[in-house]
Ligand binder design. Structure first.
Ligand SMILES: Nc1ncnc2c1ncn2[C@@H]1O[C@H](COP(=O)(O)OP(=O)(O)OP(=O)(O)O)[C@@H](O)[C@H]1O
Ligand SMILES: [Mg+2]
Length: 259
């Protein structure tokens, strides 16, 4: 985390014959923020000076790769950053992990468990960091949670109401990668598929490989459906990582400039 004092809106002190190669800091423009629904009680959105950038995408779509590139770039240009993601709350992440091992919870209970984890991070990590002017990078957000539940037949208005506590992000980027490409990346990285990311609880196939392909195709459809409602950017994540991150930087530069 680094903070620099020199900005584009603030002239640097004159230093004759001294050439500095310090990156120039772009002060994020303040754009009005709002919650999707009722929000967090007592929160004054006008005081949220930072930016919330969400990177969405399936298992193995390259979210971690892109976020680490973005963090390096943002911190290198003088922005303090905070990374958040699903199942990372101090309140319930351990209990949620344990519950998933047993596969004992009903769909609604699991959904509410994830919503609790999300709410805790919203209130105790995301909002305080935004108040302090941080660039918050979210590795997945409510869209993944909603897509997973939609695929499991849950009611869309109920989900919208549940996630009314979420802040509308400044940018949402969905890394679009085909299920066939995903399976290769996940195998190369982990040498195994994950039970939940393969949708094994849905009974699509007894074969995990086959189930992963079917489940990820359903998730991709659910994301496209959500995109129509929420209008996020769909970025082709099958290109080389450098090309993808160039596109992401362009989009985030526009957010910083208030475009
Ligand atoms: N654009 C890309 N082209 C090819 N391979 C990639 C690309 N981006 C990432 N990878 C590789 O794909 C694998 C998954 O990438 P990464 O861990 O960034 O994805 P993720 O979405 O964070 O996955 P997870 O859901 O497991 O957290 C890694 O081995 C990574 O090196
Ligand atoms: Mg990751």
């Amino acid at each position: 985390m680094r903070a620099r004092t020199r900005t584009r809106t603030q002239a640097a002190p004159r230093r004759s014959a001294v050439v500095t190669h310090e990156p120039i800091v772009v002060v994020p423009s303040t754009t009005p923020k709002r919650f999707f629904g009722r929000g967090i009680p007592g929160e004054e959105v006008a005081k949220l000076n930072g930016k919330l950038i969400v990177v969405e995408g399936a298992d193995g779509s390259g979210r971690s790769t892109q976020i680490s590139r973005l963090v390096e770039w943002l911190e290198g240009t003088g922005h303090a950053t905070l990374q958040v993601g699903l199942k990372r709350s101090t309140l319930v992440s351990e209990e949620l992990e344990q519950a998933q091992h047993g596969n004992i919870l009903s769909r609604t209970t699991l959904s509410l468990f994830y919503a609790t984890d999300f709410a805790d991070q919203m209130e105790n990590a995301i909002l305080p960091a935004l108040r302090a002017g941080f660039m918050v990078l979210a590795d997945r957000y409510i869209y993944t949670l909603m897509a997973r539940d939609l695929v499991r037949g849950m009611d869309e208005p109920w989900l919208k109401n549940l996630y009314g506590i979420a802040l509308v992000p400044d940018a949402v980027i969905y890394l679009d990668v085909s299920p066939e490409q995903l399976v290769q990346r996940v195998f190369a990285k982990n040498q195994a598929l994950d039970y939940w990311e393969s949708g094994m609880d849905l009974g699509l196939s007894r074969d995990m490989f086959d189930s992963f392909l079917k489940y990820q195709a359903l998730m991709r459809d659910a994301f496209r459906r959500l995109q129509k409602t929420y209008g996020f950017a769909i970025v082709d994540g099958e290109r080389p990582a450098g090309e993808v991150s160039d596109e992401l930087k362009e989009k985030i530069e526009a957010v910083l400039a208030g475009r």
